[in-house]
Structure formats: structure tokens, C-alpha cells
Design a protein around this ligand. Structure first.
Ligand code: GDD
Length: 348
């Protein structure tokens, strides 16, 4: 069986590639752009096939689909950092919506009938009132960012292509996920990386934070990778599924948990540049539909996810410090959102 992953060099994509390879019976293909950074997949690169293809280029997408003729498609490539979508709304919408249309049209043109998972998002729900949690597939969508609008468009296009052409799309509305390789601009990685730098005496002992009041439902990325596989193995084409742990944490609690693992005392300071024009106050998911259909359960506790993430950043920061000392320092983050969003402060 052949699986094609768009966004294979990114955070979730690299974990999904590892998961599919571990199953032993799947040939893994992934799309990359000429400028994609590949360190997330370096350890598995020789066990899969990379196909050069920019999803903005309809011809290139068609050629890639013709070449691979996948049985399974996991569509993860996207501009994924919410604040970047305020800085570059048109680019976010173009990238996320057009990329998916090019993919869908290429599949139709090739006259193949793969199962297609598309990575939708809990951000689509946007404004959620206290009496509307936990959130399931029927909750209203009240987007609060251009990114959320782009994900709603992807979501509804998935539904429309299923209804219009029978394209076997399974939509996953995944809530926040984190773990090793998370791009440095996202909240858990931003905090973990700052702590690792402070421990290395590369920064003052101050953790810069944004909105500490928001509540998010975090799942380990390795559990999410398994969920994406199950979505295609057991999910219903045309259907949409919430993928979430069912437990939420205030961002202030996430900061406390990470600071509790730090080797040195660190104080917290709010950085106005990290506040958003509008933030989604609470995202807590109810994934009953997905669990019943697929048997999925998240297995990795959040404490372990954060501990693994902090270890990941300790390793990277030490490595980068060593490279810089040797005169060859490079910024090596491969996450699409991180690449677009800079280093953590994002109001310019
Ligand atoms: N990034 C960041 N950095 N967020 C901070 C910080 C900070 O220093 N301080 C507080 N926050 C708050 C944000 O305001 C937000 O409420 C929350 O932490 C989570 O922010 P992110 O980690 O940037 O994630 P997100 O919730 O905006 O979006 C993520 O989850 C979506 C699923 O709900 C992304 O992974 C999206 O791509 C994904 O679709």
C-alpha cells in the first residue's frame, strides 16, 4: 500500500511518517519543496521517497499524484501558525485552500480513488461559550482568525468533494498537539525552548509569555499520528471527527508545569507582542464519535509530552550553541508555521 504525506518534513508529518514506517507494510512518499528543511525526517529519509512538489503549482501536484498513485493521502501541509495569518491573511488563505484544491483536482484528473485524510482544526470553532464545552462535531463554527477561516474552507471543500465527486475524504478536526519537533513559535515549544536557553545561560531567567488565560486541549503528536492512520483505516469517508484528549489546561498551568521541570529558577513576564488581536478562550474537545468509530485512545500523558519536549529543546539548544561556538550556527526549525512566524514574538 502506498501512502502520500503532504507536509512530511513538518511536525505532525514527520511523526506520521515514522508511524507508517513502523507498521512495515506501507510504502511512504512525501511531498517536499525545494526550500523544505529536512532535519525532522533525516533519520528515516532513506526509507521513504520524497517527491518535489509545491502544492501551489497545479501542474507539479498533478505530476506528483501521477507518479505516486497513492492508496492513502494524508494532507497535512499548511501555514499552521495562527498569528501569521493576521500578518499574512491572503497568503494563509491561498496556501491552505489552493493547495488542497490542487491536490483534490490532481486526484480527480488521475482517476484514482484513494482515501484522503485532511487536517482540519479546532481553531475552526473559534468563539466558544462556557456552556458549549466540550466541543463536538456539531458545535457552531465562529472563526476568530484568517487561519480558522482557511481551515473551515478546507473542511467544507472536503465535504463538498465527497458529495460532488465521491472523493473519499475523512476530515479530522484536531485540537492542539505537541511533542518533540514542535515548531518554536507554538506555545509549548516557545516556553520549553526559552527554558532550555536559560538553563544554558544563553538568556536572562525570564519566561516571556502571551495570554495565560486561554485554555487548550493538548494531545501528544505521536497519539495524533496514530489517529490519522485510524481515520483512514476505520473512519467513514465524508465524515468529520474531533481528535482531542478531552482534558484542557490553562496556558498558565502549562507554564507552571514546564517551569517545574526547569533546573534553575525562572520568573514569568508578559510580553505584549505575544498577545493576539483576538484569541480563542477555550478549546476542549469531545472525541466520542472518533473513539467509537476507530477505538482510538490517546496513550501518552501530557506530563510526559512536556518532559519529552523539554528534553528535545535541551538537545537542540545545546547543539545550536555548539554550532554557534564553532562558527556555523544555523536556525534549523522545519515547522511551516515557525518558518513563517519567526522566533516567537509576532506582532511586528
Ligand atoms: N504561540 C504562543 N506563544 N502562544 C501563547 C504564548 C506564547 O508565548 N503565550 C500564551 N499563548 C497562548 C495563545 O494566545 C493561545 O491561546 C495558546 O497559547 C496556544 O497558542 P499556540 O500554541 O500558538 O496554538 P493555537 O491554539 O493558536 O493553534 C494551534 O492549535 C490549532 C488547533 O487548535 C496550532 O497548532 C494550529 O495549527 C492548530 O490548528
Amino acid at each position: 500500500m502506498r501512502a502520500l504525506i503532504t507536509g512530511i518534513t513538518g511536525f505532525a508529518g514527520s511523526h506520521l511518517a515514522e508511524y507508517l514506517l513502523s507498521r512495515g507494510d506501507i510504502e511512504v512518499y512525501g511531498t517536499v519543496r525545494w526550500r523544505s528543511r529536512t532535519e525532522n525526517i533525516e533519520s528515516i529519509r532513506d526509507r521513504m521517497t520524497l517527491v518535489e512538489c509545491d502544492l501551489m503549482d497545479a501542474t507539479a501536484v498533478s505530476q506528483a499524484i501521477e507518479r505516486v498513485r497513492p492508496d492513502l493521502v494524508f494532507h497535512l501541509a499548511a501555514q499552521s501558525f495562527v498569528p501569521t495569518s493576521w500578518l499574512a491573511p491572503a497568503e494563509t488563505l491561498m496556501n491552505n485552500i489552493l493547495g488542497q484544491i490542487n491536490l483534490f483536482e490532481a486526484i480527480r484528473r488521475a482517476r484514482i480513488d484513494p482515501l484522503v485524510q485532511i487536517a482540519c482544526s479546532s481553531e475552526e470553532y473559534g468563539l466558544v461559550f462556557e456552556d458549549e464545552v466540550p466541543i463536538n462535531e456539531e458545535n457552531p463554527l465562529r472563526p476568530q482568525s484568517p487561519y480558522a477561516v482557511s481551515k473551515i474552507a478546507q473542511d467544507f471543500l472536503g465535504y463538498q468533494y465527497f458529495r460532488s465527486y465521491g472523493l473519499r475524504v475523512v476530515r479530522t478536526r484536531t485540537f492542539n498537539h505537541t511533542g518533540p519537533r514542535r515548531g518554536e513559535v507554538f506555545v509549548t515549544s516557545s516556553f520549553a525552548k526559552q527554558i532550555a536557553e536559560i538553563e544554558c545561560r544563553l538568556a536572562e531567567p525570564v519566561l516571556k509569555v502571551g495570554n495565560l488565560e486561554a485554555r487548550r486541549d493538548f494531545t501528544d503528536v505521536r497519539d495524533v499520528a496514530r489517529a490519522y492512520w485510524l481515520a483512514l483505516e476505520r473512519g467513514e469517508p465524508g465524515e468529520v471527527y474531533v481528535v482531542a484528549s478531552g482534558r484542557d489546561y490553562r496556558v498558565s498551568r502549562v507554564a507552571e508545569m514546564l517551569l517545574g521541570m526547569a533546573k534553575v529558577p525562572i520568573r514569568i513576564e508578559q510580553d505584549p507582542a505575544r498577545m493576539r488581536p483576538s484569541d480563542v478562550p477555550v478549546l476542549l474537545g469531545d472525541s466520542t464519535r472518533f473513539r467509537r468509530k476507530t477505538g482510538w485512545e490517546p496513550a501518552i500523558p501530557f506530563e510526559k509530552t512536556l518532559a519529552d519536549l523539554l528534553e528535545y529543546w535541551r538537545g537542540r539548544v545545546a547543539w545550536q550553541a555548539g554550532r554557534t561556538a564553532g562558527g556555523t550556527g544555523v536556525d534549523a526549525d522545519a515547522d511551516a508555521g515557525a518558518a513563517a512566524g519567526g522566533s516567537g514574538g509576532y506582532r511586528r
